[in-house]
Design a protein around this ligand. Structure first.
Ligand code: GLO
Ligand code: MG
Length: 350
């Protein structure tokens, strides 16, 4: 089967993905089904597919097994590999969910040693970011919630989260912190399930100008809200500094399906809000957080990246082509039946 036709690059958008988006297919019920690609192989795929940026967890760049003395050298080696491939680091995210001390959510843990671990790990991520020459730190607070509500004091937990963000802002006066909120999984209930929650924390920090959000489509869908509205809300605050585009088939586990593959109209609305509000003009990147299907063989297990990007670019074309005057006329006439058909016709290319 020939590959899909390439869509013309009608946009100036820059794209990114993380090393975890090319993965061997393990899930909670089964082991890997494909070979793990070497980091250099992944970089080559990113470049060949037209990506410009790479997203990192701190240990994607500097594994925990690397000694303190070797950390700088290791990070610099990764930076050189990025340079050699003509790629840049978009952000570094502290991995706050795998170490035994993170079990109870290190930032909000009842164990002071775990809270200290979170802080040390956060600072380590900032050090890695400096060496990779990005000032963006993404905070996905994976375990900052509970399985049973009685296990933690919620008000105290919000305060711990604020103190954590303040401590990182203090640690480096150049970094920006982007909260990536998710309502559940791995925890039952998160303390800050939505963008709005993190934005309200942002304004309580010691430097709100350096705190914003990264909005992920699947996380919004899991919350039962529309990704384009969540992004619009962050745009309205001047704080949409990152996105993780993907798709999700209803309220179940976090699926990270290819962007637009479940609900094309929802994807169109997402692209439209980004296009209309100049997302990317201040260096924001279109991040994809998508997973290959476990059923797919090694040779095809990168196509979800290409397809997500192709679908995004095809929808940018729809945004440019669509008759905005006609759209506005439907709004003014409050003819929403007509508007619905107009949108569907445009998506179907009719
Ligand atoms: C999981 C999150 C996760 C983050 C990544 C960077 O649900 O989407 O993949 O995006 O760890 O923070
Ligand atoms: Mg994500």
């Amino acid at each position: 089967m020939p590959d899909n036709p390439s869509f013309s690059q009608v946009s100036d958008f820059k794209f990114s993905v993380g090393p975890w988006n090319l993965h061997p297919g393990a899930d909670p019920f089964g082991p890997p089904v494909r070979r793990e690609r070497k980091f250099a192989e992944k970089l080559k795929i990113y470049k060949d597919l037209g990506f410009d940026y790479v997203q990192f967890h701190d240990d994607d760049a500097v594994p925990d097994s690397v000694s303190t003395a070797e950390r700088v050298r290791t990070a610099k080696r990764v930076k050189r590999m990025l340079d050699d491939h003509g790629l840049q680091a978009e952000f570094v995210a502290p991995r706050l969910w795998e170490h035994p001390l993170t079990v109870d959510g290190p930032i909000t843990s009842n164990n002071p040693k775990a809270r200290q671990y979170a802080l040390d790990r956060g600072k380590r991520a900032v050090d890695v970011a400096r060496l990779l020459e990005t000032n963006r730190i993404v905070l996905w607070p994976a375990r900052e919630g509970t399985y049973i509500r009685e296990s933690k004091d919620a008000v105290q937990s919000f305060q711990y989260m604020l103190e954590f963000v303040n401590a990182l802002l203090d640690y480096d006066s150049n970094i920006r912190i982007l909260g990536e909120m998710k309502p559940n999984e791995p925890m039952d209930l998160m303390y800050m399930p939505s963008t709005g929650h993190f934005l309200s924390l942002c304004y309580k920090t010691k430097d709100p100008s350096r705190v914003g959000v990264l909005v992920e489509s699947a996380h919004c869908i899991l919350l039962g809200i529309d990704p384009s509205d969540e992004m619009a809300f962050a745009i309205w605050h001047g704080k949409l500094w990152g996105v993780h585009l993907n798709d999700q088939d209803g309220l179940k586990y976090d699926q990270d399906k290819a962007f637009g593959s479940v609900n094309l109209r929802r994807a169109f609305n997402t692209v439209d809000v980004l296009v209309r509000h100049g997302y990317g003009k201040n260096g924001e990147v279109v991040g994809l957080d998508v997973k290959a299907m476990r059923t797919q063989p090694f040779e095809k297990s990168y196509l979800h990246l290409k397809h997500s990007k192709d679908i995004f670019l095809a929808l940018v074309e729809v945004c440019h082509r669509i008759d905005r005057q006609e759209w506005q006329a439907y709004r003014e006439a409050q003819d929403y039946e007509g508007l619905e058909m107009f949108i569907v016709r445009n998506l179907m290319g009719l």
